[in-house]
Structure formats: C-alpha cells, structure tokens
Design a protein around this ligand. Structure first.
Ligand code: FAD
Length: 412
C-alpha cells in the first residue's frame, strides 16, 4: 500500500530529504510543506553574493519547480503546519486543511533571536534569515549609508564584508571580548578583527547595547557606556532559536532542538527530524549536538532518507562549516570546545593558515583560512583523533599529508 511521507519545512533539509527519499523509493507519496512562499532555496548567499547583488535570484533556488514535479514530490508552499495529532497521524495547517501521514519528517529550521532593548522594534532594525530579509537589507546598503551590526558572529561579519563591498559605512558591536568568540580561538578572532578593520569596519568588542534611538537625524545605537553609533540601518545577528514548538506541543522529546538518534529518529517511531531543528547524538564525538550548517542539513537528511528506506546509515559526521568574508574562505572542521592546546600552522599575515585544536594530544578541530586541501586533511585528522607530532604539525614547510602518513605508520 502507498504510504504518505509528509515533510514539514521546505528549506535545505526538507528539500534534500524529499529528493533523497524519492531516489530510494519510487512509490510512496511525498508531500513537502513550507511556510515560506518561495521554492526551497539556499541561505548562505543571503549574506554573501546575493546580498552583494552579484547573484541573480534564479540561482538561489535549490531546484526548479519542474524537478519536484518530475520527482513526484507534491509541493505545498506558503502553508504553515500548526499542530501534529500523533494518535491520528495527521498534521493540521493554518488554512484549516490537514494531511495524514505514515511518516512525518520535521525540517522546521530555526528563527532569528530578537534583540529586546528599547527602540529595537523600529523598521530600520533588521534581521537576516530569509530571502525577503536579504532583499530588504540589500536595498538599504550602499555609498553614504551607515550600517551598525549588532553581533560579531558569522552572519554579522559576512554582512560587514558584503556591505563594505557596497561602500557602506559599517560598525560591528560585539558583547564578547572578541568576535567569533563562541566558535574560534583568539588567534582567529584577532585575525578577522584585523581584516575587518583594514577594510574600514569599526569593530567594537566587549560592549553592551543599552537602547536604540530614532530621531530626525536618523538612528543611533547607544551603548551602556553612553557611546553612540549613528546608523541608517541596524542589523541584528545574535543567533538562532530552533523551531521546536510543533514537536514540543506534540509531546516529542525536545532539548535545544528535537532530540534524535544517529538515524534522525525522534522519540516517536513515526517521526524523523533533520537540519537546524534537530539535536542528534553523534557517536563519533560521543555527545549530543545541534548544528546549524548546510553540510549538516544535507547529510542528516540523506541519513534520514536511508533510515526510512530501510537501509539505515548512521549519521556521525565530523561537523564542518564554511564562511566567506572578503576574499577569505574560512573552513572549520570538528568542534573546538574542550581543547587544551592550539597549534598555528602557516602565517596569518599571508592570509593562508590553519589553527589546530587539540585535546590531550589528539586533534579535535581545525579552522583553515584559504587552504581548502588542508581543511580536507584536517577533517580526516579529527575523524581519526590523530595525535600528530606538534613541531611537525606547526611546520608548514612539511606537507600535512606526510605528517598524516607518518602518524599512520607510527600507529601501525
Ligand atoms: P531552514 O533553512 O531554516 O528551513 C526551514 C524551513 O522550514 C523554513 O523555510 C521555514 O519557514 C519552514 N518552517 C518552519 N516552521 C514551519 C511550519 N510550522 N510549517 C511549515 N514550514 C515551516 N551554513 C553553512 O554551512 N555555511 C554558510 O556559509 C552559511 N551561511 C548562512 C548565511 C545566512 C544568512 C543564513 C541565514 C544561514 C547560513 N547558513 C550557512 C546556515 C544554513 O543556511 C542553515 O544551516 C540551513 O539553511 C538549515 O537548513 P534547514 O532546512 O534545517 O532550515
């Protein structure tokens, strides 16, 4: 009998799941429901090429509409799922309709964390998650415009770089003592702060926002210290909240994301969860984690499709991520939390280097700037928890792969 696989959330993960499952199963009915009116699209260009007006909108979509039709994936866009009835195995939508399911896949992603200071509700205080957000922000950038970015994380820094490319005046305000503090080593933060300052960005760290003023002369972000940063537009980039309410209201296990195992299985055998909204158990790292990245959305969705198709493949990746700022490609492998040593390989002044993070002699993470082949090897090192000779690791005159081979031989 034909089963219905209902996917809620038509972003990177939902779309990938639908097509990956269709590749494995030609008969089940697949329905892909998304709240946004757009065909599924990729978000990374929203802070990079698309925001810079260098990518036409047509290129942002993951697939043409015809691809879903050809693959017999029913698309229902502009429709919000409001409740799951797990007993009846049915999802109710905002327009009053409902859909039964045999398997439900939750791919609901996340929403921006909002800033709650006086003045933060004005129309020139913007966020960046959707295509519509990027279109609106892009129109506000350009010569003579003043952009103040609240939050020196990836999105804030990528937007800063793009806005400078559009000749916007840019200030970045970060509450931590350094940018990218939650995810990278001090060396990397210092490197990116310098890169941005050299490009003309005002970077202020360790600052707290008091309120945002709006007057005849424009707006200003006012710090607790009293310092004022005039702005025409303010971008808030202070993190993501996973969309878990649908799951929590239905009684699924939720804790910083919908809890799933290494096969994307939730606490209900008929419900899977994938992408930014899912908190998975990663056997390789022996811990739970919720990742916000395209590689996670893609690879976890493929694992979920395999689970449902009856050919389960455990999802236990080395997490990885990239960020493009100016002409710099940052690629991160592994998770650096818990490291007790960092090793710098290469010279930041040459804008091509890697910071390795080790715990008790084993490589647990690596951040690579402008050196993609080294990133690939670093990923392998993390997967194998390699214990390299530190002096050789730091010496970039020795190819990383030789060190890898030596270590393998030593292990043998
Ligand atoms: P989403 O893409 O958020 O999709 C979820 C979808 O579900 C949304 O369309 C939402 O509207 C819909 N939805 C939610 N609730 C419901 C409901 N109740 N009913 C119906 N639909 C619903 N990652 C990288 O790896 N590299 C990068 O360089 C990078 N750059 C980024 C830049 C920006 C500006 C942003 C915003 C993100 C970036 N990311 C990057 C992160 C990456 O885009 C996300 O990790 C990825 O999009 C996650 O995919 P997802 O499908 O899980 O979630």
């Amino acid at each position: 009998m034909t089963k219905t696989v209902l996917v809620v959330g038509a972003g990177q993960a939902g779309a990938e799941f639908a097509l990956a499952y269709r590749a494995k199963n030609s008969t089940d009915r697949i329905v892909l429901v998304g709240e946004e009116p757009e065909l599924p699209y990729r978000r990374p260009p929203l802070s990079k090429l698309f925001l810079a007006r260098q990518m036409p909108q047509a290129q942002i979509y993951l697939h043409a509409e015809a691809t879903y039709a050809k693959q017999n994936v029913e698309l229902r866009l502009g429709l919000r799922a409001e409740a799951i009835d797990r007993n009846a195995r049915r999802v109710r939508f905002a327009d009053g309709s409902s859909e039964p399911y045999d398997t439900l896949v939750l791919a609901t992603g996340g929403r921006v964390r909002s800033l709650s200071v006086p003045g933060a509700d004005a129309s020139n205080v913007r966020y960046l998650r959707s295509l519509a957000d990027a279109q609106a922000l892009s129109a506000l950038l350009g010569p003579g415009k003043r952009l103040v970015i609240i939050g020196g994380g990836y999105i804030g820094l990528e937007v800063a770089a793009t806005a400078r490319g559009l000749e916007t005046q840019v200030t970045v305000l970060e509450s931590m003592p350094r940018v990218l503090a939650r995810v990278t080593a001090p060396e990397l933060s210092a490197f990116y702060e310098k890169v941005h300052r050299d490009a003309g960005v005002v970077v202020r760290t360790d600052v707290q926002i008091d309120h945002i003023e709006h007057g005849h002369q424009g707006s200003a972000v006012v710090l607790k210290s009293g310092e004022r940063h005039p702005a025409d537009v303010i971008l808030v980039g202070i993190g993501l909240i996973p969309n878990t309410e649908l799951a929590a209201d239905a009684g699924l296990d939720v804790d910083n994301g919908i809890r799933v195992d290494g096969h994307a299985q939730t606490s209900d055998p008929n419900i899977l969860a994938v992408g930014d909204c899912a908190n998975h158990h990663n056997r390789l790292l022996n811990r739970r984690l919720r990742l916000e990245s395209v590689p996670n959305a893609m690879e976890q969705s493929r694992a979920a499709a395999a689970t449902l198709a009856g050919t389960p493949t455990e999802y236990a990746p080395v997490p990885w991520f990239w960020s493009d700022q100016y002409k710099l490609k940052l690629q991160m492998a592994g998770l650096s939390q818990g490291h007790d040593q960092t090793v710098m390989r290469g010279d930041p002044a040459k804008q091509s280097f890697t910071v390795f993070y080790l715990s008790q002699g084993a490589v647990i993470a690596a951040d690579t700037v402008n050196h993609p082949p080294e990133h690939q090897l670093a990923k392998r090192m993390v997967a194998e928890r390699l214990r390299p000779d530190i002096q050789r690791l730091a010496d970039d005159t020795q190819p990383l792969k030789d060190l890898f081979i030596t270590n393998t031989e030593r292990k043998a």
